[in-house]
Design a protein around this ligand. Structure first.
Ligand code: MN
Length: 254
């Protein structure tokens, strides 16, 4: 039987040491294709490049960089670089920084994993404390999640994994929590005297909601959050919040 196939990507770029360390560990039990942005593309979310050419560079056998976003990488990787096979897993990371709570909406790391899931693979996002004291331990945990997802696939779910980067064997299954940020927009003047803005303040803490990713990480545990991609609010369809005056609602059979 052919070895399972794992596509590795990230949003920190092809030169991220965590990406290559992860790919090396996964290569022990799977065939690995790496395709990652040629430069840092964090917070790219699910952007794709529609109006510019994408250039692919083979850095080493099976290791590619692309002049696009993380999602471009998975898109091109799955269709062009997997030799006609469908990858069993698309894993994204290990990101240099957490993706907790609402971070998942901004994250290029998570988006690459979501793109993998939309294309029929198991999608796994791996993110780590930027001040990890034992990054190798965290990367090994991430690889073990990939291995488990190959052995027993969890269809229809993206796994959002965060790791405190400390020496621990503990992990929790969690929900997305709530992380707080300084809602900062800095205003400065450029050298020509015109104002410019810089968005995004630093994290300031999290809500103490039991069972969440934020709390697990705060306790020094690894966190695995299974996420559905089905965004439908079904109860709202069967029980709509209001009727529009002057318009006629048609109720479709469900
Ligand atoms: Mn990143």
């Amino acid at each position: 039987m052919a070895k399972p196939l794992v596509l590795c990507s990230n949003d920190d770029g092809i030169d991220s040491p965590h990406l290559l360390a992860l790919a090396d560990l996964i290569a022990a039990f799977a065939e690995v294709v790496v395709v990652a942005p040629e430069r840092q593309r964090s917070a790219a979310s699910h952007a794709i490049t529609l109006h510019k050419p994408l250039r692919l560079t083979e850095r080493a056998p099976g290791r590619y960089s692309l002049s696009g976003t993380p999602v471009d990488c998975v898109y091109v990787g799955v269709i062009k670089l997997c030799g006609g096979r469908k990858p069993d897993v698309v894993v994204s990371g290990v990101n240099d920084g957490y993706n907790l709570g609402s971070d998942v909406f901004y994250s290029g790391t998570v988006a690459a994993a979501v793109e993998g899931a939309l294309r029929g693979a198991a999608g796994i996002a791996l993110s780590m404390n930027p001040r990890a004291t034992d990054p190798a331990h965290a990367i090994a945990f991430g690889a073990s999640v990939v291995r488990a997802a190959i052995a027993e696939p969890v269809p229809g779910t993206v796994l959002n994994v965060n790791m405190p980067g400390v020496t621990t064997d503990a992990y929790e299954w969690t929900t997305l929590g709530r992380r707080y940020y300084e809602d900062d927009v800095a205003e400065r003047l450029d050298p020509r005297g015109r104002p410019y803005y810089w968005v995004g303040g630093g994290p300031t803490g999290h809500a103490e909601i039991a069972g969440t990713d934020c709390v697990a990480i705060h306790r020094g545990h690894n966190s695995i959050t299974p996420m559905h991609l089905d965004l439908n609010d079904r109860p709202r369809i069967t029980t709509p919040p209001w009727a529009l005056e002057g318009f006629r609602v048609i109720v479709s059979p469900t």
